[in-house]
Design a protein around this ligand. Structure first.
Ligand code: AHR
Length: 659
């Protein structure tokens, strides 16, 4: 026996296997719980100019003159008047341009966009406006793409004329081609000399080349970044904006559907939430509304997960006691109707339901196939279950097929969390939404968070999380690495964790309120953060089923005695691929051996090793260097059923081995 051990040790040394290395035992033949297709998804909220000024392709700010300061975003000149009896009852304001009083003076207006308007050389832009000549005659409106900071002779670098001849309101449009790239351009309109008086409403400018070429479309590079994540679930439209600072300003999905011209403006609470990041021009146009969200879900192959108000406005701002900011229980019916109508809007028969008919009128007669609704965001206290119960009773009665997601409050643990989880179990919520914006130490300590969750209760939706590292709250590599470590624990527990979405998703580099964020952008460029790449590694490699994995014969927890190593293993049944993720959070290289039970000792297996690491833990991708830190993939050969390698310090390794 002794001789055999010595021989094996000698062989191991010859193969470069260190006795001190960590052994991962993975049973590739024991197919465990399915990894839900919804497992890794995205959470979208209009924060950091994510919608207006971001994903939503509209380049004009305050296009309907409905901001409380009606000319916010506009410079006006000459003879211009604001009127409020326009053709769209929910957005009644418009402008009237007339003769300035002198043939050498112009009447007109100029829009500054969101932190300027980004124009791309050779790209086309679709300008549209609702207009009429109230006194008859003919008005020629000059439409110009401008570079106000130009050092050249002419600020305008593209121009078209819109000829308005009807006394009735009509939509006009022209396409302009940019002949230069400008990051902070503007849109200028001028009434041509000798024109009749003209009324203008809903002044809009989109790139022609939007995501999928849609006219009310999304910015292509940003939508593509989402598509590239293959998100399994898409939670929208927020967060806090769903709840509202008060009930009037909550997100009301019914205001976000139908013709864009008549979707009423809502405030955006993120314009004033942080006085050190104050953006008084931040509103919600609802141009990106529920129809567009459902359409994006369809584009991405994601399950839609709308979040709706439970009749409680933001409890951070209003407290968890009943107050005028919350709806009394006997007045909840319109809120409950909103949920039932939403299900009809998404799935109903257009011949039988007016909301389903609206969906068909908007161009989508087929059902969107909605399966989930989250009721409430970060609610807490007794008022939450009290408010939730009537929603559950009524929604379940008419739509038992819809899965309902409740919340465990804003904290990852503690009093409210401990109160709400049992409450959600008692009420038989299908999933419970957990949120954690926590520091490095928390992520390092949570490797086995889900190992002991009750398997008989609701499933887990990790609906908002991000590592807020070193008090910096930015997207440096180490934060992303710790997110990866934590995610291995979710993956091993995929029987109970059914969904997870990092947050927030987007941020305009000049307009952010909250960091870190997954994708950053300016008017022309975008950047995928290190956290994005971690999310993508998981999302594209989630496999179909969990397979058992232990480390040195013990469950993996990433504890001190496990040297800061975290790991998970899955198999993709359709392809026979075994995928093992190992995250080394320590600051030393660690030798690991994958013992792959179910692989044949005599065979050679093809595989890949994807490695994600950085030369500097504070390093991050930037708009100037968007791909500074990206994962790298190499081929590997696995001789037999073990594979030994050294995982460098602070590195995420992903092995894919074809059985
Ligand atoms: O993601 C930003 C905010 O964080 C969300 O709106 C809210 O749900 C959470 O508090």
């Amino acid at each position: 026996m002794k001789r055999l051990t010595t021989t094996l040790s000698a062989m191991a040394l010859a193969l470069g296997v260190c006795a001190q290395g960590h052994q991962f035992d993975i049973n590739t033949s024991k197919v465990g719980a399915p990894v839900q297709p919804t497992m890794y998804g995205i959470f979208f909220e209009d924060i950091n100019y994510a919608a207006d000024g971001g994903l939503y392709g509209e380049l004009v700010k305050n296009r309907s003159f409905e901001f409380p300061d009606h000319y916010m975003g506009w410079n006006i000149y000459g003879n211009i008047k604001l009127l409020n009896d326009g053709p769209f009852d929910k957005n009644p304001h418009y402008v009237r341009l007339g003769y300035s009083g002198h043939s050498d003076k112009f009447s007109g207006l100029e829009n500054e966009g969101y932190f300027g308007i980004g124009y791309e050389r050779d790209a086309e832009y679709r300008f549209s406006v609702w207009a009429r000549v109230p006194e008859g005659g003919e008005a020629n409106v000059r439409v110009m793409l401008c570079d106000p900071a130009t050092m050249g002779e002419r600020q305008q670098f593209a121009e078209q004329t819109v000829k308005v001849t009807s006394k009735e309101w009509k939509k006009y449009q022209v396409v302009l081609k940019a002949n230069k790239t400008v990051n902070k351009g503007s849109l200028r309109l001028m009434l041509a000399r000798n024109s009749a008086v003209v009324d203008l409403e809903h002044i809009s400018l989109f790139p022609v080349d939007t995501w999928k070429g849609r006219e009310n479309g999304m910015r292509k590079d940003l939508a593509q970044a989402l598509a590239d994540l293959h998100p399994g679930v898409f939670r929208f439209p927020g967060g806090c904006i769903v709840e509202g600072t008060d009930l009037d300003t909550r997100y009301q999905w019914k205001n976000s559907v139908g013709p864009v011209e008549n979707r009423p403006l809502n405030e955006n609470r993120w314009h004033y939430t942080f006085d050190y990041r104050f953006f008084p021009d931040y509103f919600q146009s609802y141009g990106l509304g529920f129809f567009e969200y459902f359409q994006l879900c369809e584009d991405f192959g994601s399950e839609a997960l709308p979040v709706v108000s439970v009749g409680l406005s933001c409890e951070f701002q209003n407290g968890a006691e009943m107050s005028p900011a919350h709806v009394p229980l006997d007045q909840l019916q319109p809120y409950i109707d909103d949920v039932i109508d939403l299900i009809e809007f998404a799935n109903g028969d257009p011949a039988k339901n007016k909301w389903a008919k609206l969906r068909a009128d908007m161009g989508h007669p087929e059902a969107f196939g909605l399966k989930y609704v989250a009721i409430g965001n970060e609610q807490w206290g007794e008022i939450y279950p009290e408010h939730l119960q009537p929603f559950l009773d009524q929604v379940r009665k008419v739509h038992p097929e819809i899965k309902i997601i409740g919340t465990s409050g804003p904290d990852s643990e503690g009093k409210q969390f401990d109160y709400l989880w049992p409450e959600m179990k008692r009420m038989k919520a299908d999933l419970v939404d957990e949120h954690f914006y926590r520091p490095e130490s928390w992520f390092l300590a949570q490797g086995n968070r889900y190992d002991n969750y009750d398997r008989k209760g609701p499933k887990v939706f990790a609906g908002e999380y991000a590592c807020h590292g070193r008090g910096k709250k930015w997207n440096h590599f180490e934060a992303a690495l710790l997110e990866a470590a934590f995610m291995t624990g979710m993956e091993r527990n995929a029987d109970i964790v059914h969904m997870a979405t990092y947050a927030p998703l987007f941020a305009h580099i000049e307009g952010w309120q909250w960091r870190p964020d997954m994708i950053w952008f300016d008017n022309l460029r975008s950047m995928r953060s290190c956290s994005y790449y971690v999310q993508q590694m998981f999302s594209l490699n989630k496999g179909s089923n969990v397979i058992p994995l232990t480390m040195n014969k013990k469950p993996v927890a990433g504890n001190a005695d496990q040297d800061g190593l975290f790991a998970s293993a899955v198999v993709e049944k359709a392809t026979g691929e075994v995928i093992v993720k190992v995250v080394n959070t320590s600051d030393k290289a660690q030798e690991v051996t994958l013992n792959l039970k179910g692989l044949k000792a005599k065979n050679t297996y093809e595989g890949t090793l994807t490695s994600y690491s950085a030369d500097n833990m504070d390093g991050e991708n930037t708009l100037d260097q968007p791909t500074k830190y990206v994962p790298k993939t190499n081929s590997i050969k696995v001789e037999g059923n073990t594979y030994t390698t050294s995982v460098p310090a602070k590195t995420f390794y992903m092995f894919k081995i074809k059985k």
